[in-house]
Design a protein around this ligand. Sequence first.
Ligand code: ADP
Length: 462
Amino acid sequence: MRSLAIKLTLAFLFVGLIGAILVALVVRQSTHSAFDRFMQERNVATIAETLSDYYKIHGGWEGVAQVFRADGTFRPQFQAPENFRDGYLPQLTFILVGTDRTIIYSRKAENIGNLVTQPELNKATAIEVNGDTVGWVVFQSPPEPWALNTPEGVFLRNINRAILISAIVAGLIALVLGGFLAYTMTRSLRELKAGTQKVAAGDLGYQVEVRSDDELGDLAVSFNQMSADLARANQTRRQMTADIAHDLRSPLSVILGYTEALSDNKLEGTPEVFEVMYKEAGQLNHLIDDLRTLSLADAGELALNYQSIYPLEILQDVARAYRQQAERKGVSLGVDVANDTPHIKVDPNRMIQVLGNLVDNAIRYTQEGGEIRLGAHDSGEASGDRLVELYVADTGAGITAEDLPFIFSRFYRSDKSRQDNGETGLGLAIAKSLVETQGGSISVESMPGSGSRFTIRFPAEA
Ligand code: ADP
């Protein structure tokens, strides 16, 4: 039995039937015991009265057996007129016991003359004549009331039938309703199963319908999210493979072309030729280094050498390294660090790499006469952590609103045709990866024409 729907249907049916059977048993039991009591009390009175009359008339129990028919019912002529109810006679098994505890009458003739035990007599009904006890009537396990051919028996049999019918109807309703409920409840699960099979077969991004806002609905929403994320990740991976192939091919084809021309003696090996080849090989090297750093950071295998750093130190190191490059471009480069800036715990070399990347970009995108400022300050508390903010701000070209959300993505260049001068489109992706690996965050604010400001936040060292 593998289907959840079948299991649920059977569970509903089982619960429905158990309920119906329990109700039937309780109703039947209470009806029967009430009837037992009622009939017994009435019949005991009738029998005891009739026997008492017999005793009065005959002055003893002589010949009492002729009062009864073979089936134990009274012969009508022996009933007192007020008790006479033809065809409605007590049909109970009982014995008549004399005052000496011997059996005077029993349907089983062989028992006549036997002694009755005291406990049995305790349950008996006394037969009285003028206030004296002249004998006892002892009932012996009366027949089941519904087996009797009396109106009470018919009534009980009708009740039994009604109980049986209602149990069957309850079972059928449980089966139909249970089947319907089980089908609707498992529909989302069946769709999810089909969805996972589709995703497994490569249909990434496949979405299922969210049919409810319960746990199954939540599951469908999570599935859709996962499927969309997988599609996005797959698209990014494809795009990245294509970008890597493209970026590797351009310098390689230059180097191959030059090598071929040199070996065919079609090109003379001048210093300019070797410089171009060296520059292209350097570009390849740079790209491969960047890819390696990214893949190590992604795998969490980047070796980090954490040290307690005063931000001014690394900012000054970076400014020193890039001052000449900035001056060549006619851009000023300054550092502002507030006096009370706390220390941060980072890998200084990796931070110099990150900040260097930001400054390198800033110099590249800032016109002559522009300004680049590096700085750090305490930026107050955020969710219980005291944060230190490091920034690289320029007065350069700025970034358009369309490009802004993507500039930390791998291989993203706002000018798609630009690939020379060591621009791999990986610089900011690496910066983000390195900062996040060290427990920080990086963001950017920028407006075309009014410059850009990259901000890095780290928790202050306690
Ligand atoms: P690249 O190696 O091409 O510089 P990055 O990841 O460092 O790659 O930068 C991605 C893109 O973000 C750049 O192509 C550029 O368009 C934009 N960018 C980065 N820094 C700046 C900046 N300071 N001013 C303007 N644009 C910037």
